[in-house]
Design a binder for this molecule. Structure first.
Ligand SMILES: [Fe+2]
Length: 286
């Protein structure tokens, strides 16, 4: 099943992201949207932190959602951009809903969640995870679009050379120095790409593309690398923005994985495997 055109693959190559039409039907997307409404409710308003008026979960069993996240279309797109024959989920799919916040001015933040070298990007299979966003609602410049600097992953890759540090000295989530012991499968900061936050002041000072809003229609899928400089924005509309995050990686390529101290990741993936059709379970490795 070929799913991306040569032009879309070239867009991904250049920009680090491409939005493609999917085989998902309007009925499938509506059923998923109803599942979001059942599962998620808005946090107390106003949010103490701007850009955080949102909720999310990986804790779902609704057939409407399982149907989407196990769909072969996602697997084929991920295989095309990662240039490989076999992939697996890097972590459980998660739902994210950003609620209307029309009384706030439009704002956005910028960061990356991965750092890749030019050789990671050139490799076959590519030495990287990729993320697929299934848009459950339309995304306009007003409905909390992801803000992105197209091509910034390549600029950073060129700037950091062939032996990069994949981990920042300071962990942005904890505010503490990065601990290698937090990872199960890497020995030092240079071992393997991983998914970890880098703030703007930790990025090379380069002339990046101005941030642009990533817009899409409900039912489309955006495939991208979180090594692109990106960030959340305010939902200044009156409509919730709904999206499902799906992370994949090539089989046999080492990607740094953090210790799952709570067992959550494993719990969600094993339950998902129990709900998926048997012929789709190769996507999950426990
Ligand atoms: Fe991010």
């Amino acid at each position: 099943m070929m799913t991306m055109t040569d032009q879309q693959l070239a867009d991904f190559e250049r920009d680090g992201l491409a939005t493609v039409d999917s085989p998902f039907t309007t009925a499938q997307i509506s059923a998923a949207s109803e599942a979001f409404d059942r599962l998620l409710s808005p946090p107390p308003y106003p949010s103490s932190q701007p850009l955080k008026y949102r909720t999310g979960t990986s804790d779902f069993t609704d057939p409407a959602l399982i149907d989407l996240v196990q769909h072969p279309f996602l697997e084929e797109v991920a295989k095309q951009v990662l240039r490989c024959d076999q992939i697996k989920m890097f972590r459980p799919p998660s739902l994210k809903q950003t609620y209307p916040d029309p009384n706030r001015p439009f704002e956005f933040s910028l960061h990356t969640d991965a750092r890749l070298s030019s050789s990671d990007l050139r490799a076959t299979p590519r030495r990287m995870p990729c993320n697929l966003l299934i848009w459950i609602s339309d995304v306009t410049p007003q409905t909390a679009p992801l803000m992105v600097r197209p091509g910034s992953h390549r600029q950073i890759a060129e700037a950091i050379g062939s032996h990069p540090a994949y981990l920042p000295l300071m962990n942005n989530k904890t505010g503490q120095p990065t601990q290698i012991e937090d990872y199960v499968n890497i020995k030092n900061a240079h071992s393997a790409p991983t998914v970890v936050g880098w703030f703007e002041d930790q990025l090379p000072d380069l002339k990046y593309h101005d941030p642009v809003p990533l817009t899409a229609h409900a039912g489309q899928v955006t495939v991208w690398t979180q090594a692109v400089v990106h960030g959340a924005s305010t939902n200044t509309s009156n409509i919730s923005r709904k999206v499902i995050f799906n992370d994949f990686q090539p089989q046999g390529v080492e990607i740094g994985v953090t210790r799952d101290t709570s067992g959550k990741r494993r719990r969600h993936l094993s339950r998902l495997a129990s709900l998926m059709r048997p012929e789709r379970c190769h996507l999950i490795e426990l």
